[in-house]
Design a protein around this ligand. Structure first.
Ligand code: SF4
Length: 167
């Protein structure tokens, strides 16, 4: 199985979730947010393909990371491939964050995305809204986006925001 990436993994990121994180840059996005910081990742045929098992081995070889973050592009465009990666990482106890332009509620209607959500610890959801952009925000670009505790949200069948002070 393969995934389409826009670029190689980045390690030691401190802006894509809590701690030092390895970031997977997924290619393909349909949201077309005004002011998008990463327009080169939109083309579904852009980037390049990588074997999923090779990518997982590459990620697991990186030392001293707090977790892995799916970014892009929109990882939910390739939800089945991301789920295959995330399921392997979870076997190693990896903490996983994911960014998406879809809302949590929209993802619940798509079986492939629901599958991926099973492996995600924290989801940052919603399109980037230029009018709500702020540099004061932690781990998100605009105020409409939510940082969601996924397992609690699935359990309670409603959005439960991630609590930074209790982990
Ligand atoms: S969801 Fe992200 S990558 Fe896609 S257009 Fe919006 S800001 Fe850009």
């Amino acid at each position: 199985m393969k995934i389409r990436l826009s670029s190689p993994i980045v390690t030691d990121s401190v802006v894509d979730g809590r701690g030092l994180r390895t970031v997977i840059w997924c290619q393909g996005c349909s949201h077309d947010c005004a002011g998008c910081h990463n327009p080169d990742t939109h083309d579904f045929a852009g980037g390049y393909e990588q074997d999923i098992d090779e990518l997982v081995q590459e990620i697991l070889a990186v030392q001293m990371q707090s977790g892995v973050t799916f970014s892009g592009g929109d990882p939910m465009i390739q939800a089945a491939s991301c789920a295959a990666i995330a399921s392997q990482l979870k076997e190693h106890g990896t903490n996983i964050w994911c960014y998406t332009g879809f809302t949590f509620e929209e993802l619940l209607d798509r079986p492939d995305c629901r599958q991926l959500l099973q492996y995600i610890d924290v989801l940052v959801d919603g399109k980037f809204e230029l009018s709500l952009k702020s540099y004061e925000l932690l781990f998100k670009g605009s105020a409409n986006q939510r940082i969601i505790d996924v397992s609690e949200s699935l359990k309670q069948n409603r959005v439960v925001l991630y609590q930074f002070d209790c982990v």
